[in-house]
Design a protein. Structure first.
Length: 220
């Protein structure tokens, strides 16, 4: 798997552009503040850190450019629904997330409230990295219906829902969104064996992350 590199000179250049003493300190927030705010609200999250929303945007740009976080932008669709316009922010290395939350075993992770978000971060990062020719987005309506990861390539659209269960239950919102977007394919990304893939319904399949990558490479 390709791992992007970032050198010291580039880091110094970034700090010259954004003169910051500390992005997050112990007096500013608890360890789980950033982890729990996967769907960003700059103003509210900035308040919890003791900075303005615009300052937080600058801090987040540093984290994005140093490959610490991935910012997933919303998909602009021509639909007659109000759409969420704020980006989603993921910690790219879930090991860092687990360390921040003092999660030191898989059993601890499974019992932690962040388990589902951790799986989503992992699945999204692996799929995006494995399919560099696709443009990644997310799609969410104001009433909460959502596609966790929407992959776009030309006129093709693929909807992905991330569920941290081998026997997932998916709400109707995902299927409504997939229909609104006229998705060519839909997947539910689950922690399955590498080659596992099976139908959920007529147009949606449950699959491991590797199976999704392999399927899209082979068909599109």
């Amino acid at each position: 798997m390709y791992v992007p590199r970032f050198d010291e000179a580039a880091a110094i250049d970034l700090l010259d552009q954004y003169p910051v003493v500390a992005i997050v300190g112990p007096r500013q927030c608890g360890k789980s503040t950033l982890a729990k705010h996967i769907l960003s609200n700059w103003h509210k999250l900035g308040e919890s850190l003791g900075v303005t929303g615009s300052t937080l945007r600058s801090y987040t740009e540093i984290l994005e450019k140093t490959f610490m976080v991935r910012i997933l932008r919303p998909y602009r669709a021509n639909v007659k629904k109000r759409l969420v316009k704020s980006p989603k922010i993921f910690i790219r290395d879930t090991g860092i997330l687990h360390s921040l939350l003092e999660i030191d075993s898989f059993n601890t992770l499974m019992g932690h409230p962040v388990f589902g978000q951790s799986w989503e971060s992992y699945a999204v990062e692996q799929i995006i990295t494995g399919l560099p020719e696709w443009q990644p987005h997310f799609y969410r309506t104001s009433d909460g219906a959502e596609v966790d990861l929407l992959l776009a390539r030309g006129q093709q659209r693929v909807a992905v829902e991330c569920k941290a269960s081998a026997s997932p239950k998916v709400g109707a919102g995902f299927f409504h969104c997939s229909k609104d977007l006229n998705a060519d394919a839909a997947f539910i990304a689950c922690p399955l064996e590498t080659s596992q893939i099976y139908p959920y319904n007529e147009k949606t399949r449950v699959a491991s992350v590797d199976s999704i990558i392999r399927d899209l490479r082979g068909k599109y």
